[in-house]
Design a protein around this ligand. Structure first.
Ligand code: 4NP
Length: 152
């Protein structure tokens, strides 16, 4: 079976991309898709996801407490088939790591899977309340359905 490797990327790798990783993994019921996540910044390397991401995931039956934040590295652009940025700032940061057009092609805005070419960002919920995390979960849940549909 061909395995497709997907990397979810936000800034800190503690709020949005751990949710994206957990949601996509929860929808893949076989070994056809591997999912990981990373941050463009190193602030939270080694940390668990934010407790608010852990709680909203748990509410929908997903356990993300096995995750540990890491920073994206240049070799990720070779290792992964699809690299999904949560927002435009992170999209631009990831592209700066690319040295070859084939790597650039892999970098996509995640919400474009649902609303192509609109470049909608998943809002950074870090400084907000719990409702922000609910909104992020709902957006990523829909985007991950589209990703599964595209890959499978
Ligand atoms: P994330 O959220 O990029 O979705 O993980 C953030 C986490 C931490 C910070 C900013 C955004 N921070 O500034 O520490």
């Amino acid at each position: 079976m061909a395995v497709t490797k997907v990397l979810m990327v936000c800034l800190g790798n503690i709020c949005r991309s751990p949710l994206a990783e957990g949601i996509l993994k929860s929808k893949v019921l076989d070994a056809s898709i591997e999912v990981d996540s990373a941050g463009t910044a190193a602030y939270h390397v080694g940390n668990l996801p934010d407790v608010r991401s852990i709680e909203v995931a748990k509410k929908y039956g997903i356990d993300i407490t096995d995750q540990q934040a890491r920073q994206i590295k240049a070799s990720d652009l070779d290792t992964f088939d699809f690299i999904y940025a949560m927002d435009e700032a992170n999209y631009r940061t990831i592209l700066k790591l690319a040295t070859h057009p084939s790597q650039k092609q892999k970098v996509l805005m995640i919400m474009n899977e649902l609303q192509p070419n609109e470049n909608i960002s998943v809002p950074d919920p870090y400084y907000g309340g719990d409702r922000g995390f609910e909104q992020v979960f709902a957006m990523l849940d829909k985007a991950c359905d589209c990703i599964i549909h595209k890959i499978k």
